[in-house]
Design a protein around this ligand. Structure first.
Ligand SMILES: [Cu+2]
Length: 162
């Protein structure tokens, strides 16, 4: 059993204070979740990734770049003929067994894109996919901010009840 709180009814002043803190927290939450971020001064870079293609996977299977980067993928097929096709960017290249092929493009579309093998290379060929991420981890920082606010909110409401 928790100790019985003293029987004072919440005064309207306390209630108002509680509602005000609540409003403040909700507002802060909305700001953290939706406020537009200032354009980040990211200097576009030239980036090269070597991706090994083998039945039935890429390694690495995820690459991450900043918007505006000039990306070069060196595709190396280590067994049979493989290709790489990047969704939405609609670009591809194919590499013969033991050979490499190069694909260069400007990552001008932000977001997450699948890349996949565009050469039928065996039974599990449809599962030969990877991911290209163009952009920053804004959503991650936002969710961390929201979690921090939630903790703060619980602390405040507990204090109000005490
Ligand atoms: Cu393949």
């Amino acid at each position: 059993m928790r100790p019985t709180p003293n029987t004072d009814r919440p005064t309207s002043h306390n209630l108002m204070r509680f509602h005000f803190s609540l409003l403040l927290l909700v507002t802060a939450g909305l700001v953290v979740a939706f406020a537009p971020l200032p354009a980040q001064p990211i200097t576009p870079q030239e980036r090269t990734f070597e991706i090994d293609a083998h039945q039935f996977a890429y390694s690495p299977s995820e690459i991450k770049v900043n918007p505006g980067d000039t990306v070069t993928i060196q595709l190396v097929s280590t067994d049979v003929v493989h290709g790489i096709y990047v969704d939405d960017y609609d670009i591809s290249v194919e590499a013969d067994p033991g050979q490499s092929a190069t694909l260069t493009f400007v990552a001008d579309k932000p977001g997450s894109f699948r890349f996949r093998c565009n050469i039928t290379c065996g039974a599990m060929h449809p599962f030969m996919i990877g991911k290209l991420t163009v952009g920053s981890n804004n959503w991650l920082y936002r969710s961390i901010g929201l979690a921090a606010l939630a903790v703060l909110g619980m602390t405040v409401s507990r204090k109000q009840k005490a």
